[in-house]
Ligand binder design. Structure first.
Ligand code: UDP
Length: 341
């Protein structure tokens, strides 16, 4: 297949590019490099055998995007390009709507007629589900607590409405919305890893704090209604997440609209993550107790049984320790991230 990957130089997008190349597909990766890394793409070129093209282009530039997509003529699009920080989305919601909603509309417009569309949605679309809906099934009402979550929910609505209209017009396409839980870890072969600037995610921050490369980790909130007072999340290995994309691509047919949770089904508190990172690194993570971060729901973990039942996908990773282990291995091998490693 010819696969367009938006956000192909980012953490998740680059792992998707690698997998698609390894599976023999042709890939056009698009990224504006505002948060992605050109080096991630360069590291993948040797395994591409000429099947990887890269275009530095913002999804907000609809004209250039349209030209690039027309020239490539994809059979499938995996749309990862987005801003993805809950806290930042509360501070600059307009930018989140501009990139995640207007930018996504540009991608949809450029990809009109492409038969398969896989969208990175988020568990943030659920907000804080009622206790009886945890673990969270796909039927849980979507009531996001942050602008980030709202942009992802609008993305789902846009895709559903457009897929329906296209089907009615006799031009049916297949769309899949994958609601990610907390994606972490690193490519098991050691080529790719997680390197955000700014870094706001728990696992990379905790690793750098344990390695003495950052100040103490602030635990955001100790008074949540959870067993140890800290937020609970479902951490899924980035390679498992990409497996789910491959399964969705295989399952998509014209007229199919799929929505799945992609999580491990296990909830871990911030304190459990911090302890695991300390164990794996061999040095405890220095921590400070801080205030809650606005927009953070107390408890989120998936009921992933629908995707297992329908697509046969299940997280292969044995658990948090392996996810942290892969992230630590990459971080130790790339002490300064991509650009100066
Ligand atoms: N978190 C924290 N300290 C940090 C970063 C994150 O306590 O410096 C918490 C955060 O409040 C959330 C969990 O760790 O409960 C996971 O946050 P992350 O930013 O990694 O992912 P998100 O859940 O926002 O997608």
């Amino acid at each position: 297949m010819r696969c367009l990957v938006t956000g192909g130089a980012g953490f998740i997008g680059s792992h998707a590019v690698k997998r698609l190349l390894d599976d023999g597909h042709d890939v056009l990766a698009i990224d504006d490099l505002s948060r992605g890394h050109a080096e991630a793409i360069e590291l993948l070129r040797p395994r591409a055998g000429g099947r990887l093209a890269f275009e530095r282009c913002s999804i907000q530039d609809g004209d250039r995007l349209g030209e690039a997509v027309r020239a490539f003529a994809p059979d499938a699009v995996l749309h990862f390009a987005a801003l993805a920080y809950v806290g930042e989305s509360v501070q600059i919601p307009g930018r989140y709507f501009a990139v995640n909603v207007s930018g996504m509309l540009n991608v949809m417009h450029a990809c009109h007629g492409v038969e398969r569309f896989v969208f990175s949605s988020s568990c943030a679309t659920y907000g804080q589900p009622p206790d009886e809906m945890i673990p969270i099934p796909e039927t849980c009402p979507q009531a996001p607590l942050s602008p980030y979550g709202r942009t992802k929910l609008v993305g789902e609505w846009m895709l559903r409405d457009c897929a329906r209209a296209q089907a009615l017009a006799g031009e049916a396409v297949g769309v899949a919305m994958l609601r990610y839980f907390n994606v972490a870890g690193a490519d098991r072969s050691g080529v790719l890893g997680e390197d955000h600037e700014p870094e706001t995610h728990l696992i990379p921050l905790a690793i750098d704090a344990a390695l003495g490369r950052r100040d103490a980790l602030t635990i955001f909130g100790s008074d949540y209604p959870t067993p140890d007072g800290a937020c609970v999340r479902d951490y899924v290995h980035v390679e498992d997440l990409i497996d789910a994309h491959v399964a969705a691509l295989d399952a998509l047919r014209p007229g199919r609209v799929l929505a799945y949770n992609v999580g491990s089904g296990r909830g871990h508190s911030v304190r459990e993550v911090v302890e695991t990172v300390g164990d794996v690194v061999g040095t405890p993570v220095p921590t400070i107790e801080g205030a809650r971060r606005e927009g953070d729901p107390p408890r989120l973990f998936a009921d992933p049984s629908k995707i297992e039942r329908e697509l046969g996908w299940k997280a292969r990773s044995p658990g948090l320790r392996e996810i942290v282990g892969d992230a630590v291995a990459w971080r130790k091998a790339h002490p300064n991230g991509y650009s100066q490693s």
